[in-house]
Design a protein around this ligand. Structure first.
Ligand code: DER
Length: 225
């Protein structure tokens, strides 16, 4: 993928928040990939003494390549901080995630951390959340979930794979339904409704973000808390 100065600035800034002794949640996507690679550099060049918990096969491969020591939630259930990207965030730091279909493990890891830092760029900042909400769904429940989402006023679309015939299958063996709701004025209320639908494994509305680091093209970073 081509370099993004905005994503690089945010990603490298977030890596600077990490100190020896930390257990770090490592998110998924192109922005946090910069963080993982920078952490690998700090491990090699600064003897940074950390362990990471990954949120996907993708972040696992990037972390192994970068040389970031890995652990599991079974061994390290409490994390110092989790760092991850987002598809969009609003002025209350509510975020929509799941563009990479990894949001279930991302939410588990971010909720296991004392601090959750999102790394992002200006294009994802919105006054009101409005992008589609990715929802991980048990295949067995797909029809009921689609029906329920329509009753909530959503426009559910089963996420098709691009290099595989048929639907995307997540790292957990499930489907992803992307559901647009237009402007989401009350993300918390929608999150509750989505969580109550049988067959929904996890939705992409995150209400636990502690701070967002927004990278700019000139390399500067703005932090919103
Ligand atoms: O899937 C996710 O939630 C990712 O964090 C994604 O939304 C952000 O990916 P990006 O950093 O490649 O934009």
């Amino acid at each position: 993928a081509k370099e993004s100065p905005e994503k690089k600035a945010a990603g490298i800034y977030a890596a600077s928040l990490v100190k020896s002794g930390d257990a770090v949640g490592l998110g998924t996507g192109s922005t946090v990939a910069y963080t993982i690679k920078e952490l690998g550099r700090r491990v090699r060049e600064e003897n940074l003494d950390i362990v990471g918990v990954v949120t996907s096969y993708q972040s696992e491969a990037i972390a192994i390549e970068a040389g970031v020591p890995l652990t599991s939630l079974a061994e390290t259930p409490r994390l110092t901080l989790a760092i991850d990207g987002a598809d969009q965030f609003d002025e209350n730091l509510f975020a929509i995630k799941g563009g990479g279909a990894a949001h279930t493990r991302e939410k588990i890891v971010s909720m296991s951390a004392d601090r959750f830092v999102v790394v992002s760029d200006p294009a994802k900042k919105a006054k009101t959340l409005s992008v589609f909400v990715p929802i991980e769904v048990m295949p067995f429940g797909k029809e009921l979930v689609v029906k329920s989402l329509k009753e909530l006023g959503g426009d559910p679309v089963l996420r098709a794979a691009s290099k595989k015939d048929g639907p995307v299958i997540t790292d957990n063996g499930n489907f992803v339904i992307d559901c647009a709701f237009g402007e989401i004025k009350n993300p918390a209320a929608l999150a509750t409704k989505l969580s109550q639908i049988p067959g929904v494994v996890e939705h992409g509305i995150f209400m636990n973000v502690d701070e967002v680091a927004i990278g700019n093209a000139d390399g500067t970073v703005v932090v919103i808390k």
